[in-house]
Design a protein around this ligand. Sequence first.
Ligand code: SF4
Length: 288
Amino acid sequence: GTALVPRDPEPQKAADYRSDQEVRWCPGCGDYVILSTVQAMLPELGLRKENIVFVSGIGCSSRFPYYLDTYGMHSIHGRAPAIATGLAVARPDLSVWVITGDGDALSIGGNHLIHALRRNVNLKILLFNNRVYGLTKGQYSPTSDKGMVTKSSPAGSPDAPFNPVSLALGAEASFVARAMDSDREGLTDVLRQAAEHRGTALVEIYQNCPIFNAGAFDALKDPEQAPHRLIRLRAGKQIEFGPVGEDGRGAQVVVRDHRGRLAVVPRSEADPKTILVHDPGDDDPSLA
Ligand code: SF4
């Protein structure tokens, strides 16, 4: 993914990627640790800072580009993948990243997201999923649990949530991963692999919003509960590494449906014959 991007001969540090802007997320927000993890990972890539661009949409997470000392654009709601696509196509010498949230990517920007994934140009999409609208003060989002009580759903959300990993697989994405804000090591591994992937990478990051959806992912903090959270696909759509792990709603597995498409479903609903990647603990996924 970064083969065409010029290298920096000078060693870099995380501090080199900190901007002079005051970070303005709420105390305890998961965005802080994602930011510091990205700042610590970028020097590993050995790229020139002027060849790295972060494009965001609208939402709490979309303040991200201000805090990185790279090029960046705080763009328009849901449209960051379109802007990043243009940039990546016109400038193959850039490492292009998209920062988005569950509202930005899956509600107003749903259409842009799926088409970016199927086009498979060289960009990395980090989808911060806190399952709520934080910036506008706590309305239910496209990934909120059914029944979640918020200001805009006082009787409980009536809608079934999107599973971003399943959506990305359905859009034939060439790299799909899931990571968690509190799992710095796992997140670093996923970000590193996404950076090196040539094509569009979708990385869903579970992100705690302590103000409007506190502790939504606490059950997954125990590494015994979800030791693996990465699915990696390549051009031939072969799963190289798995399994998909828990998503907070129970163990999930990747299956191939009757048309040969990949999907993520709850283990309890999966036909054992169609399971490609088993639930947490199985390090040897077999392709059906
Ligand atoms: Fe973070 Fe939630 Fe505050 Fe937004 S509202 S900055 S997601 S804690």
